[in-house]
Design a protein around this ligand. Sequence first.
Ligand code: NDP
Length: 345
Amino acid sequence: MDKSTVLVTGGTGFVASWLVKELLEQGQDARITVRDSQKEEKYAHLAEIEKQTPGTLKVYEADLLKEGSFDEAVSGCEYVFHTASPFIINGIKDANKELIEPAIKGTQNVLSSVNKVESVKRVVLTSSVVSIFGDHVDMKGKESFSEGDWNTTSSINHQPYSYSKTIAEKEAWKMMKEQDQWDLVTINPSFVMGPTLSKRTDSTSISTILSFLTGGFKTGVPNLASGIVDVRDIAKAHMLAAFTPKAEGRYIISGGEITFMEIAQLIEKNFPGEYPLPKRVVPKPLIWLIAPTVGLTREYVSKNVGYPVKFDTSKSKGELGMTYRSIETTFIDQVNQIKRDGLVK
Ligand code: NDP
């Protein structure tokens, strides 16, 4: 792989950290943006990796909401990975401020900076399967969701995170079409799980597994299915999306589907008796009734609980050569990392 200068926005996040590790291992000049470069503890794990790898790491300060904020970090880059975006699904008070604005303005700001320089050839945007579909019920009549599908059912009031990702991805495609200097490839992951490189627990992916391990779902889980993908496979997909010249369009990246109850059974099988895991599925009418007290809306329960979800990943396998770790491997490695780092007793 030729040496290039690449930028990863939000480089210290759960997903981005693994991507930065890959880039450093491949000897790339990796730049990352963080909101506050004084908080060295946020990127200490990457500085440590830099010492052991042929690549170089440079840290820039940038905020999604500040116009021109990414200019310096983008200048001279050949590839830009735009991963930074708030991933919040619970406890949202002001969806516009917390999700929509940073997602859309962030995309506009990063891509405006890209438009100001001639060096950038390709932008890889971390989108999501939630830009592909809104609710599980939207799968009606289909065997699976694929890259041709768009989320048309989310809004600022219903599934605002999904809405933020959808409008941000649409904006990116619009801005790509308005110029011919760089092309865009999007990575659309399902729910990302697996070991974390930093000890941060504020990512939704990590707080979800911690809820399983600390008894958060002890009284039971809804009959809810999810696509799951390993964070290391997501990093690989980003690399392939950037460095495979013929890569184009959107790529659903997902290792398979599993229900919340099956996740609990999988952890119990591999770590018997170690965690207060859920042992029963709470009936849908009961979940619907108590939804507001457990941070869900009744509309969400009605349109998602009890419905299957399935993703067609043939494009990623055929065009990028993606292979996926098993969901079991992902959870075993994640629980072992959490144990090793003392994140649960
Ligand atoms: P994290 O919460 O771990 O990371 C989010 C990153 O976004 C952080 O690095 C954070 O920067 C940055 N960020 C948030 N707000 C701002 C802002 N206003 N200005 C600058 N940077 C900001 O999330 P994940 O790693 O889980 O997610 C990364 C990306 O992947 C997101 O785009 C998310 O939507 C997408 N995704 C994630 C999935 C998952 O299951 N985790 C599934 C599908 C898509 P800072 O370090 O400064 O706090």
